[in-house]
Write a protein that binds this ligand. Structure first.
Ligand code: CTP
Ligand code: MG
Length: 231
């Protein structure tokens, strides 16, 4: 299933504590964002990429795209103060005929083309589909440090990106959120509050978001594992 992808890349990376946007950090010889973009660049079903960037970093991103021969970027959109605004800005830069759109964090370089294909297909069928993995830990709810209950793990999912939608479904949800000044943590939360059902697509545990410094160790281990399995 053909799709476009919006990649928000306009964050500050505060929790990574690198003093700059974490997407520029080197990961085994390539900037994080190039790892992420390369997956979509090499996917024949990806018809184009919209990258949302901070205006101060636009030149640096343009340089990287040209150095690393990333050709599918259809537009650079202006990133906003919040991730949700960066995504909305990216959506507005899509070609008008875009039927299926994926939203994928720039900071998740290990997404696979298999998961992307499942999501795009599910979005075509259902209108809204998100990548997720079953929660591994036992989760407890607590009030002021005292456990109030143990939540049944069987029904819990850790949600990732990509999140895939019929473009009209996501645009309507974004518009409603803007009208009502609702700020969500992901695109699904905006769609959920319109009453539209969202399908979970099981992804894998490698699809981590690089958030804190220790995630870079995990990232190097994932790259090493993938290199080993190639030989
Ligand atoms: N993002 C964005 N615009 C924002 C905030 C985040 O485009 N205003 C992007 C980030 O660049 C990242 C993705 O959304 O690719 C996921 O966000 P997150 O992991 O929170 O990254 P940062 O916001 O950069 O990190 P932090 O929250 O630690 O500052
Ligand atoms: Mg953030």
């Amino acid at each position: 299933m053909d799709y476009f992808v919006v990649i928000p890349a306009a964050g500050k990376g505060k929790r990574m504590k690198a003093g700059r946007n974490k997407l520029f950090l080197d990961l085994e010889g390539l900037p994080v964002i190039i790892h992420t973009l390369a997956v979509f660049e090499s996917d024949p079903f990806c018809k184009g990429i919209v990258l949302s960037v901070h205006s101060d970093e636009q030149f640096e991103f343009e340089q990287l795209l040209s150095t690393h021969n990333i050709k599918k970027v259809h537009a650079l959109a202006a990133g906003g103060q919040e991730r949700q605004y960066s995504v909305y800005s990216g959506l507005k830069a899509l070609p008008p005929e875009t039927e299926i759109v994926l939203v994928h964090d720039g900071a998740r370089p290990f997404i696979t083309r298999d998961t992307i294909a499942l999501l795009a297909e599910s979005a075509r069928e259902t209108g809204a589909a998100i990548a997720a993995v079953p929660v591994k830990d036992t989760i407890k709810q607590a009030d002021s440090g005292k456990v109030s209950q143990t939540v049944d793990r069987a029904n819990l999912w850790s949600v990732q990106t990509p999140q895939a939608f019929r473009t009209s479904v996501l645009l309507a949800a974004q518009q409603k959120a803007e009208d009502e000044q609702f700020l969500g943590t992901d695109e699904s939360s905006l769609v959920e509050r319109t009453g539209y059902p969202v399908q979970i697509v099981e992804s894998d545990y490698d699809n981590i978001k690089l958030t804190t410094p220790e995630d870079l160790y995990f990232a190097r281990a994932i790259i090493a594992k993938r290199k080993e399995s190639q030989v």
